[in-house]
Design a protein around this ligand. Structure first.
Ligand code: GLU
Length: 303
């Protein structure tokens, strides 16, 4: 398959849309991003890496980190997590508090903020350093030791993180945190504040295309676990618009408010697009347009 040509097709589609939404500004450190910046990269299970646009430029990965923290918890701790967090789409915004009250502190899925807080707590218990384990995984899979946590973004999140703090305290009040709220929030903000490029993220997400096998050939997840993570990505990975994303794109994916979207073509490749301006659900307008154009032009989706 001529991936470079299809990536160029996707970039043309993205340029028609990029910049149409709004850059996330509820985290002030993200507000200065260039709305219509764009990059896209694809890493195949056979070792090819292709990119277009600013695919080597680091950006704030934000909620894309939730995919990696979940995979690390499943790899280290097995299925015990699923008594503490569900696997159903939420139907509410990513930072919503309403369901937690009715559902007694058990978040609906691992990709809304409440669920990611529980996953971070579990990863902290398993590893003693949740954010460094996510960072180490990204560095190892991408082969890029320069990937780092942006301290300005982490501080900005902490200073404006009242909603996440409320979620964490509420979960703790139901006995669903093992570590202190302060530690869990610090680790959560830190892994959300990792800066990495489309190329880095495509390489780091490739283990899900390889049915759970890492870049060094070791198995991280069983193929059944990898299937399950991909399934939760499909149903819950793109905020309260996962149905629309599946309809348009047809791939499991995780988005972040930094404007990145990491999508998985099982058995074939991982694909990451980035453009900072977001739609109302919080997904990047340009990145979604690019990945939609890619799956439409190539005919590659899970359907
Ligand atoms: N750190 C962000 C928050 O907690 C992540 C949001 C996102 O990318 O969905 O609000």
């Amino acid at each position: 398959m001529n991936y470079p040509e299809f990536l160029r097709t996707a970039m043309v589609a993205a340029h028609r849309e990029a910049g149409k939404g709004h850059v996330a500004d509820y985290i002030p450190a993200l507000a200065g991003a260039v709305p219509d910046a764009f990059g896209m990269a694809l890493a195949t299970v056979d070792g090819e890496l292709h990119g277009v646009g600013n695919w080597k430029e680091p950006f704030s990965i934000q909620s894309i980190s939730k995919l990696f923290s979940l995979a690390l918890v499943l790899a280290e701790g097995g299925n015990a997590l699923w008594t503490r967090v569900g696997r159903e789409p939420s139907g509410t915004p990513f930072n919503s508090l309403v369901q937690l009250e009715a559902e007694r502190g058990i978040p609906r899925n691992p990709f809304i903020n409440a669920g990611a807080v529980v996953v971070t707590d579990r990863l902290q218990t398993l590893t003693g350093d949740a954010s460094r384990s996510v960072l180490g995984f990204l560095r190892a899979e991408s082969g890029n030791p320069g990937i780092s946590i942006d301290p300005a973004v982490a501080a900005s999140e902490a200073a404006h993180g009242h909603r996440n703090a409320a979620l964490a305290h509420f979960i703790a009040s139901h006995g669903n945190l093992d570590n202190t709220v302060a530690v869990v929030l610090e680790e959560y903000f830190a892994h959300c504040s990792i800066s990495a490029s489309c190329g880095d993220l495509a390489l780091a997400g490739r283990f899900l295309a390889s049915h759970g096998v890492r870049a060094d050939g070791t198995r991280m997840l069983s193929s059944t676990e990898a299937k399950r993570v991909n399934a939760v990505l499909l149903t819950c990975g793109t905020y309260d618009a996962a149905g629309e994303f599946a309809y348009r794109v047809g791939l499991p994916a995780k988005s972040g408010v930094g404007g990145g979207v990491l999508a998985i073509l099982p058995g074939r490749a991982a694909l990451c697009a980035w453009s900072p301006a977001l739609d109302r659900a919080g997904n990047s307008v340009g990145a979604v347009a690019a990945i939609e154009a890619f799956t439409t032009a190539t005919g590659l989706s899970i359907f």
